[in-house]
Design a protein around this ligand. Structure first.
Ligand code: CLF
Ligand code: SF4
Length: 486
């Protein structure tokens, strides 16, 4: 059995206490039960996938291997020196791997990171265009680690050529980046594509891309492959148009729609970066996502990770597994992953029950909605110090219950025991629209500065479940029963 000390970064003290108290106390113990609005066979496919299930992302990790550098289109938000910005943020470059190097890396990570549940290929170019390397990598891993989920991300142009092979290889999670369903808008995003040994430009290029994306989507749906659509929100270009995109992809069987903010910076050397095209603010993104609610199911917890990312979505352990650190010979040992799953099955059942009770409680007494930011390092708990947080998870609490609405990346405020005021100013700016912060620990100085900016912060709920804490904090503020000790 895995020692809990080997499980990182989930808070081990909390997990130990929970288990020594007899473990799961809920009637819905175990995470194998599908939510009421989901078919059990779909739940079985997504319940351990950190991107397809918001709940799973508290417990399970993905890793990407950068085996596919070639690409067949040009996006205005991409500089080919960097990774594919459709599934990762620009400005970082991945170490390119051969399929054999990728195999060694995946097996090494699987032996050392028990949370690992998904292997994704997200570039750094296009995984379907650079197909031979994608296929060789998936085939090698599927033979060695049969329970790992295989996941792929593509711009869609070469997708229809490979759907049957994807189905044969049991790849049941495919992401297609679709930024438009109107080629006139597409021409403002894609200057050219390369298709049938020829370069196509302008509206004609976007017509072909659009047809291929829709065809690929329909073929995936026919084969029961779960499809996620990524769309990059580009203010003034396709922001309002994404409502139409959402409708089209829903009609063609997309399971999830992930609207990501354009990241645009002149230093990345992209067309948009160099021409001053801005990305959306956090509140503009939220406002668009709110309009899309009711269409295809929305993903709001994407971290725009890099093409060689390793770990839980909010972290990146890729630097621990660079090529020079991999053993020459390695074989898979399933012990840690199997033991971790046992621990999580217990913890997760409890969490689901606590979450459901908290949501009902808030719904019953809710009046006004507020945004709460939570510092967490996984496990579904308030378990990160304010000063150590590199991101905050944001929840809307009010009449609709408790909804995860996104995350805000920040610079770590406390380094070496001291906090910089300038960094704190950046954190406060990133928390635009947020009224309350819950964390495991916060000092008087940042708490006072947050308060001066209209944000109350509390560590009263350290190591408690996020939703239980939110419900109590909300009730305290608005029902007068428990007061935030701000
Ligand atoms: Fe990777 Fe993408 Fe698969 Fe996830 S990422 S290929 S679906 S395993 Fe996830 Fe990263 Fe967002 Fe992608 S957080 S960028 S959505
Ligand atoms: Fe860049 Fe990805 Fe677009 Fe290709 S599909 S141009 S790699 S962002």
């Amino acid at each position: 059995m895995l020692s809990l000390d080997q499980v990182q970064p989930i808070d081990l003290e909390t997990m130990r206490a929970k288990l020594s108290n007899g473990g799961c106390s809920s009637s819905s113990c175990g995470s194998s039960e599908a939510p009421r609005d989901m078919a059990p066979e779909i739940w079985e496919k997504i319940k351990d996938h950190p991107c397809y299930s918001e709940e799973a992302h508290h417990y399970f990790a993905r890793m990407h291997v950068a085996v596919a550098p070639a690409c067949n289109i040009q996006c205005h938000y991409c500089n080919r020196k960097y990774d594919c910005a459709n599934e990762s943020r620009p400005g970082v470059v991945s170490e390119k791997l051969t399929p054999d190097q990728a195999r060694r890396k995946v097996v090494t990570v699987a032996n050392e990171v028990p949370q690992l549940s998904v292997l994704g290929i997200a570039g750094p170019g296009d995984a379907c265009y650079d197909w031979k390397k994608t296929k060789a990598t998936f085939s090698a891993i599927a033979g060695e680690i049969p329970d790992i989920k295989l996941c792929i991300s593509t711009n869609g142009l070469a997708l229809p050529d490979h759907v049957d092979e994807l189905a044969e290889m049991n790849v049941d999670h495919v992401t297609v980046t679709i930024n438009m369903v109107d080629p006139e808008i597409g021409a403002k995003i894609y200057p050219w594509i390369y298709y049938k040994n020829k370069r196509w430009f302008g509206v004609e290029a976007s017509e072909i891309l659009h047809e291929r994306q829709m065809l690929g989507l329909e073929m995936l749906a026919e084969r029961g492959i779960l499809t996620k659509i990524n769309s990059v929100m580009i203010p003034g270009v396709n922001d309002e148009h994404l409502i139409e995109v959402n409708r089209w992809v829903k009609e063609r069987g997309a399971f999830l729609h992930n609207v990501m903010p354009l990241i645009s910076d002149p230093v990345h050397g992209t067309h948009y970066g160099l021409t001053g095209q801005r990305g959306p603010t956090a509140m503009e993104l939220k406002s668009l996502q709110d309009k899309l609610d009711g269409g295809a199911k929305l993903m709001r917890h994407c971290r725009q990770c890099r093409a060689d990312a390793v770990g839980l979505l909010g972290e990146d352990r890729g630097q621990e597994f660079t090529l020079d650190q991999l053993p020459e010979q390695v074989s898979y040992d399933p012990a840690k992953r199997a033991a971790y799953r046992e621990v999580v099955a217990q913890e997760r059942g409890d969490h689901v029950a606590a979450k459901s009770a908290a949501v009902e409680e808030v719904r019953a007494g809710a009046a006004q909605s507020f945004l709460f930011a939570v510092a967490t390092k996984g496990g579904g708990r308030v378990n990160e110090h304010f000063g150590h947080a590199r991101e905050f998870q944001v929840y809307e609490v009010g009449a609709k219950g408790i909804e995860f609405v996104g995350h805000r990346k920040v610079e770590q405020y406390c380094l070496g025991g001291f906090g910089e005021d300038a960094t704190l100013d950046g954190v406060i700016a990133a928390l635009e629209g947020v009224s309350f912060v819950l964390c495991a620990k916060i000092g008087d100085c940042p708490k006072d500065m947050l308060k001066a900016a209209g944000i109350e912060a509390s560590d009263d709920w350290a190591f408690e479940y996020i939703e239980t804490s939110l419900a109590e904090a909300y009730r305290g503020k608005f029902g007068g029963q428990v007061a935030l000790r701000a």
